[in-house]
Design a binder for this molecule. Structure first.
Ligand SMILES: [Zn+2]
Ligand SMILES: [Zn+2]
Length: 258
């Protein structure tokens, strides 16, 4: 599979886009501001969306994407997420007040968006992909995803604080070829990170020590105001621990498996 990193930042700023990945041109993982760089034809090619959680840096462009698809003749976009996440989007975003209810327009029979709640911890099959939700520890209900196309597998942590639960679940399912994991805060904000569910470099390096060396690790979601510090802390601590990871940047394309 090919993963195109449309947005990898934990916030906005010139040249920065928030979380969105496009897999094989038709599966969108999260819908942050990175979606806004796609052409109309590329937007029209999106068939399914996986959401990790409801936070705006991961969902704001779902609404704008739905609006851009009105009248383009493409089939509805299926939006997959745990039910609590879809409930939040229905109640607070697509509520006819903040934004139109694109699950009922242009017509309830042929809407732009179709919400499909994920049965928790059960695999979803989309095309050649086996998709399994994974545990995450965040301030709101959140999941990560394992995506396997039979030739390679990728895990995206979504937003999560320090926890061995992700690794423990993957030890049951099978370790992936690649891991994209977040590190939002610098070490100085460790107590806040624990409180709201984000990683710091020290916590992340500590966790990655337990991962098999064969898993390629990319780090995302650095908060822009502290990005240089987070990057430096990560580089130093990863080197000292003999852990290998690199930053995933907007525009990067990863080839996983075939
Ligand atoms: Zn979040
Ligand atoms: Zn986020």
């Amino acid at each position: 599979m090919e993963l195109r990193a449309l947005g990898t930042s934990g916030g906005i700023g010139q040249g920065l886009r928030t979380t969105a990945f496009l897999v094989d041109g038709w599966l969108l993982v999260d819908a942050g501001s990175g979606v806004g760089d796609l052409t109309a034809a590329e937007l029209g090619g999106i068939r399914d969306v996986l959401l990790t959680h409801a936070h705006l840096d991961h969902t704001a462009y779902l609404g704008l994407m739905a609006d851009a698809r009105i009248g383009d003749g493409t089939p509805p976009i299926r939006v997959h997420a745990p039910a609590p996440t879809l409930d939040v989007l229905r109640e607070h975003l697509f509520n006819g007040v903040l934004w139109p209810d694109f699950t009922a327009i242009p017509t309830p029979q042929e809407p732009v968006l179709v919400f499909e709640p994920l049965p928790s911890a059960q695999a979803l099959i989309l095309g050649a992909f086996h998709i399994t939700p994974l545990p995450a520890r965040h301030s709101v209900p959140a999941v990560g995803y394992r995506i396997d196309d039979g030739s390679g597998s990728l895990v995206f942590s979504g937003d999560t604080g320090a926890s061995p639960a992700l690794r423990e679940r993957l030890e049951e399912l099978g370790m992936p070829d690649a891991l994209i994991i977040e590190c939002a805060f610098p070490d100085a904000l460790e107590s806040l990170a624990r409180q709201v569910g984000h990683y710091t470099p020290a916590q992340l390096v500590d966790e990655l020590r337990h991962w098999p060396a064969g898993v390629r690790v990319w780090v995302t979601h650095l908060k822009p105001g502290a990005a240089a510090r987070i990057e430096e802390e990560l580089r130093e601590q990863a080197a000292a621990a003999g852990v290998h990871c690199e930053l995933l940047r907007g525009g990067d394309v990863l080839q996983i498996g075939r």
